[in-house]
Design a binder for this molecule. Structure first.
Ligand SMILES: *[C@@H]1O[C@H](CO)[C@@H](O)[C@H](O)[C@H]1NC(C)=O
Ligand SMILES: *[C@@H]1O[C@H](CO)[C@@H](O)[C@H](O)[C@H]1NC(C)=O
Ligand SMILES: *[C@@H]1O[C@H](CO)[C@@H](O)[C@H](O)[C@H]1NC(C)=O
Length: 353
């Protein structure tokens, strides 16, 4: 049972109790068989603008850049893994229960890891325009959006989440950032990400991991990039796909936050030039789900133009029941990591420098 809606006065007490009960945040007594050895870690901003103050042009604001935190293993492999969250880097840092997340899993496997915060989110929140924040009571919406169950507090019986761990649920929902989903925002984010990809500062063999809204962004970054640095894209339940302008597909309605994004055929062919692409789905996803359908259509088109894109349903195709929207934080994320390992190996991206 999660915090009951008719006992709101207890919620503050409940959170305080959870905080005092929680032990070390490092996954407890689990002992990995190998250390993580780093040569370096650090961070930098990239992209963005410097704008003058209209009232005093001597004053400027550096804004709308992205922020990268990087970790370089002692003996790194060549390919770098850029983890692009949809709503918070935390999803890549720990499993739902605090166990090992993808960041450490891939550092332990000697891949350089980059955590990316796009312009205006996370640690890149210095915006060039005024922004507003309205509390929107998002917790219950997260439960459904992350496919923990059909409605709030009704878990899928097989869900890969520690359902009786109230602290884990509280961590999951509170580690979100403000998320901007609009055509303006995905262009802002991908302009900066394409500069980052082309700069060489993310390495010359980049694999973008996208999730949800950042799945679309990873694909659009490849369309905007002018180098061959992007060698792979893996989208975990990507919301939004890119289509060529000759496929008879209408661009998304309204603000177009999740596509379809329609681009000239010549630009679309850049996706076909990315050596390996995977569109992955969790469990409890019907074929009628609009983004699943779009991922199949997009993969077909990428392959039609000579690319290499695959769609895999982790639940139905691989039998990993209860996989959520955020497979890399799920309780079986060791299997999900092995799948990525396999992808990197087949794409010849596992070589050492
Ligand atoms: C901007 O700097 C210039 C050169 O230092 C100075 O002459 C000018 O007064 C400054 N303008 C403002 C509005 O402070
Ligand atoms: C790629 O090249 C085009 C055309 O010159 C340019 O407009 C765009 O800014 C470049 N993209 C990046 C990421 O530098
Ligand atoms: C996508 O859905 C449409 C119906 O809305 C269907 O005709 C089409 O076959 C589906 N495409 C794929 C690739 O599953």
């Amino acid at each position: 049972m999660l915090a009951n809606t008719n006992s709101r006065h207890l919620v503050g007490l409940f959170l305080a109790a959870l905080a005092s009960q929680a032990g070390a945040e490092d996954g407890g007594s689990w002992k990995p068989d190998k250390p993580i050895m780093l040569r370096q870690s650090g961070g930098f901003t990239i992209g963005g603008k410097i704008i003058p103050n209209p009232r005093n042009p001597n004053m400027t604001l550096s804004c709308d850049h992205g922020y990268v935190e990087y970790f370089t293993p002692w003996k790194p492999r060549k390919a770098s893994i850029v983890m692009w969250h949809s709503s918070g880097t935390q999803s890549f840092q720990n499993r739902w229960d605090g166990g090992e997340g993808f960041k450490d899993k891939f550092l332990r496997r000697d891949y350089p890891v980059y955590l990316w915060d796009g312009p205006r989110v996370g640690r890149a929140n210095w915006a060039c325009d005024a922004t507003t924040y309205e509390p929107n009571y998002r917790d219950q919406g997260n439960f459904v959006a992350w496919n923990f169950g059909p409605r709030f507090d009704e878990w899928w019986p097989d869900v890969q989440f520690p359902t009786s761990n109230e602290y884990a649920w509280q961590q999951a929902t509170s580690s979100r950032y403000v998320e901007y989903d609009s055509e303006f925002s995905y262009n802002l984010e991908t302009d900066a990400a394409a500069i980052a990809a082309d700069s060489g500062k993310l390495g010359k063999d980049i694999v973008f991991l996208g999730n949800s809204a950042s799945g679309l962004r990873a694909q659009l970054t490849a369309v905007k990039s002018n180098t061959t640095n992007i060698k792979g894209i893996v989208c975990y339940e990507g919301y939004g796909y890119i289509f060529p302008d000759n496929a008879g597909i209408e661009p998304g309605p309204g603000l177009n936050a999740f596509g379809p994004v329609v681009v000239p055929l010549e630009d679309f062919k850049k996706l076909a030039k990315v050596p390996s692409i995977q569109f992955l789905w969790g469990d409890h996803r019907d074929e009628s789900f609009v983004f699943l359908n779009q991922s199949r259509q997009a993969a077909e088109l990428i392959n039609k133009y000579g690319g290499n894109a695959q769609v895999i349903k982790l639940g139905e195709d691989l039998g990993w029941k209860g996989t959520t929207h955020i497979a890399f934080a799920d309780m079986h994320n060791d299997k999900v990591a092995d799948l990525l390992d396999d992808f990197l190996h087949k794409a010849k991206l596992s070589r050492y420098q």
